[in-house]
Design a protein around this ligand. Structure first.
Ligand code: SAM
Length: 355
């Protein structure tokens, strides 16, 4: 058995390197970002080749791995060695193996592999095509959702990516929702259905409806079936800006939806959701908001998603105080705001209809 190092962050400069690069400014700090950019490419390439999956059966020699992946050994070796340096693989006695980090986060069914694949195959190529326009003109020529509608075969990759990102947070978030008994929950823009399925799993008599556009149906119902809750999770296809959302729900979720809309659009959406809620219902808004970050990593994460929302949607990471104002304009009272140690920059805002 090879030793499996656990690396929580792939590249961490040591104390002397931090001093020279980051404190004394005696060497170029951007080199770290160059390595990070190349690391994302290498991991994306490895996922595309199914490299990590090929090592699931145990330590493997370069020759055997090259045969399994149909690669030239001299081509595969530099990729594998870079992944070793980054902490994704180990190499001992001439054999490669996945590290614990890779096993936990890229191979596990609830891992983030599909999320990284979505970034690698769709989002970063979209950045390359649209970033200059978005920065010069304030919006991309078309949004990522419009692009996906023009390339419907890519929707599954998107929903599987969103689901993988949600899998990190879903159990913790669902624990914090105040739903019980035979409550009816509406998941607006619930896409892949993982939040809905997790609620249904945790509360055996609660019913959840996922409201999203048609391309999400297959993945949402598949998620419910895999979790054995298909009898209590349903899917409604529609446009949440124009179609009826129903009525009488005890709780509504708007998770990672508001970042696709500006203030007036968000107010209109909140109003539509208020009409779908029972008078004592609760609205839960989850997103990455500006003004909430307390650490360097949280600030960088919110900055990163803010730029992404600009390039992909022509929007921004909204300030948390703006969202509270929009909720008040739509007739809600904010009751609470919670953040998550495992998801830097993400907040859950809880609101109830004002009387
Ligand atoms: C970023 S995903 C969030 C998915 C899920 N709520 C989560 O937090 O993981 C945004 C979702 O909103 C859906 N969506 C965007 N515009 C929509 C619209 N006008 N009507 C219905 N759904 C929409 C997308 O299809 C997508 O599933």
């Amino acid at each position: 058995m090879l030793g499996r190092r656990t690396r929580l962050v792939p590249v961490v400069p040591n104390a002397l390197e931090r001093l020279i690069l980051l404190r004394l400014n005696r060497a170029p700090g951007p080199v770290l970002d160059l390595v990070g950019g190349a690391a994302e490419r290498a991991v994306g390439l490895a996922l595309e080749l199914d490299l990590f999956a090929a090592l699931e059966s145990g330590p493997t020699s370069l020759a055997d791995l090259a045969t399994r992946l149909d690669c030239a050994p001299e081509g595969l070796e530099p990729l594998c060695d870079f992944l070793v340096a980054l902490g994704y693989l180990v190499r001992e006695d001439g054999r490669y193996a996945n590290t614990e980090m890779t096993a936990a986060w890229l191979l596990d069914a609830d891992g983030v592999g599909p999320w990284l694949a979505f970034w690698n195959d769709v989002v970063f190529p979209f950045w390359e095509a649209q970033a200059v326009t978005a920065v010069r003109e304030g919006a991309p020529r078309q949004t990522l959702y419009e692009w996906l509608d023009d390339h419907p075969d890519r929707w599954r990759l998107a929903h599987e990516g969103f689901r993988a990102a949600a899998s990190v947070l879903a159990p913790t978030v669902v624990e914090r929702l105040d739903v019980a008994g035979d409550a009816r929950v509406l998941d607006v823009g619930g896409g892949h259905g993982l939040y809905a399925a997790t609620i249904a799993e945790r509360h055996p008599t609660v019913q959840v409806e996922v409201f999203d556009t048609e391309p999400a149906r297959e993945v949402a119902l598949e998620t419910a079936r895999e979790r054995g809750v298909e009898a209590r999770v349903s899917f409604v296809a529609g446009d949440y800006t124009t179609d009826s959302l129903g009525e009488g729900y005890d709780a509504a979720l708007l998770f990672n939806v508001v970042h696709a809309h500006d203030g007036p659009e968000s107010v209109a959406l909140f109003e539509r959701v208020r009409e779908a809620l029972a008078p004592d219902g609760r609205l839960y808004v989850l997103d990455q908001f500006d003004g909430t970050a307390r650490t360097a990593l949280s600030r960088a994460t919110v900055g990163f998603v803010g730029l992404t929302y600009l390039v992909t949607l022509g929007q921004r990471a909204h300030d948390v105080s703006d969202v509270s104002t929009w909720l008040a304009e739509a007739g809600f009272e904010v009751q609470d705001r919670r953040s998550f140690l495992t998801a830097p920059g993400v907040s859950l805002v809880v609101a109830t209809p004002a009387n």
